[in-house]
Design a protein around this ligand. Structure first.
Ligand code: DP6
Length: 322
């Protein structure tokens, strides 16, 4: 009853920020994301009859806070399998954890994939997406390859679908990840989203205008329209951060180096280079570009003071059992 799975993190171009309901962790908006190769979470799950609780080790450290949500996911899988043993979950990331690089997405994707395999469950992909979503709203996207759409049903029904809309080799984008801090963030996504929902005057406008952004992002992908995707992605990113900043107390995820990277990327685009930025709930900047522009983008970001490292990524595959 042991299995190991590997998942890549993902980065949303059309962002998810806000929950309809924090208990069920159902997102208030859909999202469009890139699954990132080259960055890996490896999670081993073993169900052991002698255990009295689930134990979670992330990068070798016990993590009781994450353990609560992990147990929720494991309970659903245990019920489906008719098993009541507790589990040891050992997860390692080969990139900074909890610093806006979507470690929760790859973490929960690898968790559900490994746990389902360890329990010998033959489970529908949509069910696995649903269980990963209960762990983290961005996690189902890491179960899928390439460019991924997480769509929610209209009319307030808590139903979602998650699927690849463009395979990695159908539009081979490159992603250069500028690391500006290796520290874990102060306010995690869940707390940040709840604060924005409660305290930002822009929250409702975000939810109301989101479907149009998602549709524009999807159309740009279908047409392989890089410039169109750049515009709507940067706007979705800036709208999300404007909402976070307008919460009370305000959430400012950027450092000075984050802003420098944004200016540099926009300057490169004005000079004709196919590149745009996106930033999640942390100070790292992801520069999405066409592969031929990647070396120049990497060089330009590397020379900025405050940029500690630039990681190369491409579109990657969804989580898999090792
Ligand atoms: C800014 O998926 O980490 O990265 O559901 O509370 O675990 P929880 O949130 P999480 O939030 C991701 C927020 C984001 C945007 C995105 O990935 O869509």
């Amino acid at each position: 009853m042991r299995a190991t799975a590997i998942a890549h993190p993902n980065v949303a171009l059309i962002k998810y920020w806000g929950k309809r309901d924090v208990q069920s962790n159902f997102p208030a908006v859909g999202s469009l994301s890139l699954t990132l190769s080259g960055l890996n979470t490896r999670t081993a799950v073993s169900f052991e009859a002698a255990r009295s609780t689930d134990e979670v080790l992330i990068n070798g450290q016990s993590d009781q806070r994450a353990g609560i949500r992990i147990t929720r996911c494991l309970d659903i899988l245990r019920d489906l399998a008719g098993v009541d043993s507790h589990a040891l979950v050992e997860s390692t990331n080969d990139f900074p954890t909890g610093a806006g690089l979507a470690s929760s997405a790859s973490g929960y994707a690898a968790l559900v994939k490994a746990a389902a395999a360890a329990l010998g469950l033959d489970i529908a992909q949509s069910k696995l997406d649903e269980i990963a979503r209960i762990g983290s709203g961005s996690a189902p996207r890491s179960l899928h390859s390439g460019i991924v759409l997480l769509d929610i049903a209209s009319g307030g029904v808590d139903e979602m679908t998650c699927r690849t809309v463009c395979e990695p080799d159908a539009w081979p984008l490159a992603i250069e990840v500028a690391i500006t801090s290796r520290a874990a963030k102060d306010v995690g996504s869940t707390g940040g989203m709840e604060l924005s929902k409660k305290a930002s005057p822009y929250y409702q406008a975000w939810v109301d205008t989101h479907p149009a952004d998602l549709a524009a992002g999807l159309t740009a992908v279908e047409k392989r329209d890089f410039e169109g995707l750049a515009e709507v992605s940067e706007q979705s990113c800036l709208k999300m951060h404007a909402m976070a900043m307008s919460s009370q107390p305000p959430l400012l995820y950027w450092s000075a180096a984050t802003v420098d990277c944004m200016h540099r990327i926009r300057e490169l685009r004005r000079q004709g280079l196919p590149v745009f930025f996106t930033i999640d709930a942390g100070p790292q900047v992801k520069a999405v570009c066409l592969p031929e522009a990647a070396p120049q983008v990497k060089a330009a970001l590397s020379e900025l003071p405050g940029v500690l490292d630039v990681l190369d990524s491409r579109l990657g595959q969804g989580a898999w059992v090792e």
